[in-house]
Ligand binder design. Structure first.
Ligand code: C2O
Ligand code: CU
Ligand code: CU
Length: 446
């Protein structure tokens, strides 16, 4: 893991050789040539500029997932960085947010937001899924004073972990079964309805890694960076996952779980107390939604004893609870297959269109309905999950979130707070194959 400190960093997207599997080399597209990309350390209140350079053979757009950033740095799918001499130049429809930057551009992140684990990834129109699959994803850790004051595990006892599945050819190259735009044509190789799955689980770019730990508390900060795979995380032998945070920062108070479901795009922040295990034991982070090799994510080997000066604070953070009565508008978004593609409210993505105009500073109730598993993600606006089919949300989805796992035939209500900036943002399914197949829509914060 690489750490970059400071208020201005440069990232270069380039082709590189990586060692994801033992004994073979895999060509990836990586930020700074690594997968995941460098971990960016940011601090609340300290604006960060990322100069992004594109040395790949294709255009890119980078989105900071969970970031509260101005629209022109949000990674709009047609706000592209093109490689040197790229032709034909992508079309620019004026007034849509479409732009073309040759070779490099700056993204400006104000970091006027609370501590949390964000992630950045490619967001190019129609090609997000294959470009992320090839390696264009990384994590950002935002810290602040509120979190610093807590007695949580730090240093090498705090592990940011990006989990994803990938498939490989025998020679080690990545296998993405739907080649490029082939995904738009039903009948292409692969199951275009469910999205693309791999049979290898990678954690921070290593297949089923084994990590040595002491018999103390660790903080695992998990991102589901998979294109389509959902995980139900647990430990074997079993002990509690002590959840302290979710997509966009700390919960008000810790919540104990035996299992937590994480759909693509979602994050969770958990403490694991390895003092529950004898020295010499191995603990598996399991995925009970997976079968065969996908049922296991990584192992922790408890190899040594150490003193633990951390605690599980009964109170973690101030998290105001939004009330249904605060919503000034109710909107419904139906995520459903129709006309041969994945759509929202029966419309395929229209980069020039806009489906809602929430007012800056207000709260709206958004109701997501579905025919399938759709991890619904909203840019800019963080939300709280209000209900799931009229009942309480799942126990792990308290606090501030930006992605919610909408399951088949569910209606999920969320209260979205539009704080930050006016401009054009989007909501979409974070199953990246669904996103590329048009399950996306713009909205304008006014
Ligand atoms: Cu993580 Cu619009 O995406
Ligand atoms: Cu996002
Ligand atoms: Cu979907």
């Amino acid at each position: 893991l690489t750490n970059s400190a400071g208020d201005h960093i440069v990232l270069t997207q380039r082709v590189a050789d990586a060692h994801l599997l033992p004994g073979v080399t895999t060509q990836i597209w990586g930020y700074d040539g690594i997968f995941p990309g460098p971990i960016i350390r940011a601090r609340r209140g300290r604006p960060l500029t990322v100069t992004m350079r594109n040395q790949l053979p294709v255009p890119t757009s980078t989105h900071l997932h969970g970031g509260i950033v101005p629209a022109d740095s949000d990674g709009f799918p047609l706000d592209l960085i093109t490689p040197a001499g790229y032709s034909p130049a992508p079309p620019v429809q004026h007034g849509t947010g479409a732009r073309v930057h040759e070779v490099s551009r700056d993204y400006r992140y104000p970091m006027d937001q609370r501590a949390g684990l964000l992630w950045y990834h490619d967001h190019r129109m129609d090609f997000t899924a294959p470009q992320v699959w090839r390696g264009l994803a990384g994590m950002m850790i935002v810290s602040d004073d509120e979190e610093d004051a807590l007695p949580l595990p730090r240093g090498d006892r705090e592990l940011p972990l990006l989990i994803c599945d990938r498939a490989f050819e025998a020679d080690g190259s990545l296998r993405y079964p739907l080649r490029d735009m082939a995904m738009h044509h039903p009948g292409a190789d692969g199951d275009f309805l469910s999205g693309i799955f791999g049979d290898v689980i990678l954690v921070n770019g290593a297949a089923w890694p084994r990590h040595e730990v002491a018999n103390v508390r660790y903080r695992l900060r998990l991102v589901n960076g998979s294109n389509a795979r959902r995980y139900r995380l647990g430990l074997s032998p079993g002990t509690d996952l002590i959840q302290i945070g979710t997509d966009d920062g700390l919960l008000a108070a810790p919540v104990m779980h035996r299992e937590i479901v994480l759909s693509p795009g979602e994050r969770c922040d958990v403490l694991v107390d390895f003092s529950a295990y004898p020295i010499g034991s191995e603990v598996t982070l399991t995925n009970t939604l997976g079968t065969g090799p996908a049922a296991e994510i990584m192992r922790f080997a408890v190899t040594r004893s150490a003193t633990d000066d951390t605690r599980v604070p009964p109170k973690l953070a101030d998290v105001p609870v939004l009330e249904r009565s605060e919503a000034v508008e109710v909107r419904q978004f139906d995520f459903r297959f129709g006309a041969g593609r994945w759509q929202i409210n029966n419309q395929p993505y229209d980069p020039a269109g806009s489906v809602a105009a929430p007012r800056l500073g207000t709260v709206e109730l958004w109701r997501f309905t579905s025919d399938f598993h759709h991890p619904v993600h909203v840019h800019l606006g963080h939300f709280q999950v209000l209900s799931r089919n009229g009942r309480d949300p799942d126990p792990w989805e308290g606090g501030w979130k930006d992605t919610v796992d909408v399951r088949p035939y569910e209606a999920v209500e969320v209260l979205v707070k539009f704080a930050g900036y006016r401009g054009r943002y989007m909501l979409h399914c974070h199953n990246l194959e669904h996103e590329d197949m048009a399950m996306m829509a713009n909205f304008d914060v006014v």
